[in-house]
Design a protein around this ligand. Structure first.
Ligand code: PLP
Length: 409
């Protein structure tokens, strides 16, 4: 008899996007003429940068020749991309990260989900609430969380993010000792950013407690405010207590192409049961070389082009375009008296709807034909908010604003 991993049964089914799809479908069927605008999705809408396209075309031509044909590549990624990322994302900012500390993958979701395989079954995990669900669900699958009761897992520690703490919790908010904390800034879903002081407090805590920070920087390319850290490694001591995830998805529109990477610094350790320090980088190397066969050559050449001068200028222009979308929507909501977080160094707006998030979602769907995401879907502390995404055409954003203004008065 084949036994199943019963931890999967504990996963609180995420009805969020199914429920949204269901409600949108019902509304469209009842009003076939309605032109629905989707500001709920976290997917990009603009095409890849010309520099990326050119590099990928050239890479396809490489594969067409006997001399430049690439078969299986290194599981950790080609040196050309690891070096480009180390130089452009870190060393150019004075941050100490070497190419052989960068592990290329097919996106940050897999890496954020897989990293917990390196830890013991009993490590205590802390997550923010609201949260990107991958951090939670992968630990549920691994059996670390206990059962879900009233929307929360008994053995997880939740750090509430709310207006009172500016959506950035501090180590002082931990109600019990933990071994691992997942942090994501700029944040999905709240759009909040963390200051260097706030991140430094987490780094100091992690060093003191021999704990680990898993830092998700998938949205760092949206940061425009000087001084907001792009990387956890801007904080003193972070190399000794943090793993960082990066993604080309939102940085360069690679949601369909698939590429990202994880930084595991040399010297970063976990501990064996007897207290012996064990380096994590060889563990991640082993994990990737055993279970992952590399991101495609064509994709990595495309990602390399993101770091070229043209690629940087072009991808920055696309992000500026999304940021302008965000600014326009934010301005309209602020003018109507709504408290809005994010939308400045982030593609997401987190809007306090002063009431039930599903009711507000329904109001905007039915009266404005605009789809948003109810905050409750990201965690208990997300109730009372909706997330609005800036990933859309300018035409749709301007039309959505017109409709919101009409409905919200
Ligand atoms: N981390 C966060 C916070 C995200 O919001 C997303 C995607 O929405 C990811 C990681 C996944 O990125 P990727 O497309 O590289 O898998």
């Amino acid at each position: 008899m084949i036994r199943v991993n019963e931890n999967y049964l504990k996963i609180q089914a995420s009805y969020l996007f199914t429920e949204i799809a269901h409600r949108v479908k019902a509304h469209q069927e009842a009003h076939p003429e309605a032109k629905i605008i989707r500001l709920g999705i976290g997917d990009v809408t603009e095409p890849l940068a010309p520099a990326v396209i050119a590099a990928m075309h050239k890479a396809v031509d490489d594969e067409a020749t006997r001399e430049r044909f690439y078969g299986y590549g290194p599981e950790q990624g080609y040196a050309f991309l690891r070096e480009a990322a180390a130089r452009d994302d870190f060393r150019s900012r004075g941050i100490d990260v070497a190419a052989d500390e960068i592990f290329i993958s097919d996106g940050a979701k897999c890496d954020c989900g897989n990293v917990q395989e390196l830890f013991g079954p009993d490590v205590k995990i802390a997550v923010t609430d609201p949260v990107y669900p991958v951090y939670v669900d992968t630990n549920v699958m691994a059996g670390r969380t206990g059962a879900n009761e009233n929307g929360r897992y008994g053995k997880l520690t939740y750090l509430d993010c709310n207006a009172a703490n500016g959506f950035v919790p501090s180590p002082a908010d931990l109600k019990e000792p933990v071994d691992v904390v997942y942090l994501c800034y700029p944040n999905n879903p709240t759009g909040a950013t963390a200051t260097k002081e706030q991140l430094q407090a987490w780094v100091d805590w992690a060093i003191r407690e021999k704990a680990l920070i898993l830092f998700d920087a998938a949205y760092e390319a949206f940061i425009r405010t000087p001084g907001i850290p792009h990387s956890i490694y801007e904080c003193a001591g972070a190399r000794g207590c943090a793993i960082e995830f990066r993604s080309y998805s939102k940085t360069a529109g690679f949601t369909g192409v698939r590429c990202g990477y994880t930084v595991v610094p040399k010297g970063l350790v976990g501990y064996a049961a007897d207290g012996t320090p064990v380096e994590l980088r060889p563990f991640w190397t082993r994990r990737q070389t055993t279970k992952f066969n590399g991101c495609s050559y064509v994709t990595q050449r495309g990602a390399e082009a993101v770091h070229s001068p043209e690629g940087k200028a072009q991808t920055r222009a696309t992000i500026d375009f999304y940021l302008e979308n965000a600014r326009l929507v934010k301005e309209a909501l602020l003018a109507r008296g709504y408290d809005v977080t994010g939308g400045h160094d982030s593609p997401y707006l987190w809007v306090n709807v002063k009431g039930d998030s599903w009711a507000f979602f329904d109001k905007l769907l039915k009266e404005a034909n605009v789809v948003t995401t109810p905050g409750a879907g990201f965690g208990k502390a997300g109730e009372g908010y909706i997330r609005i995404s800036a990933f859309n055409s300018r035409e749709n954003v301007l039309e959505a604003i017109k409709r919101l203004e009409k409905v919200l008065g």
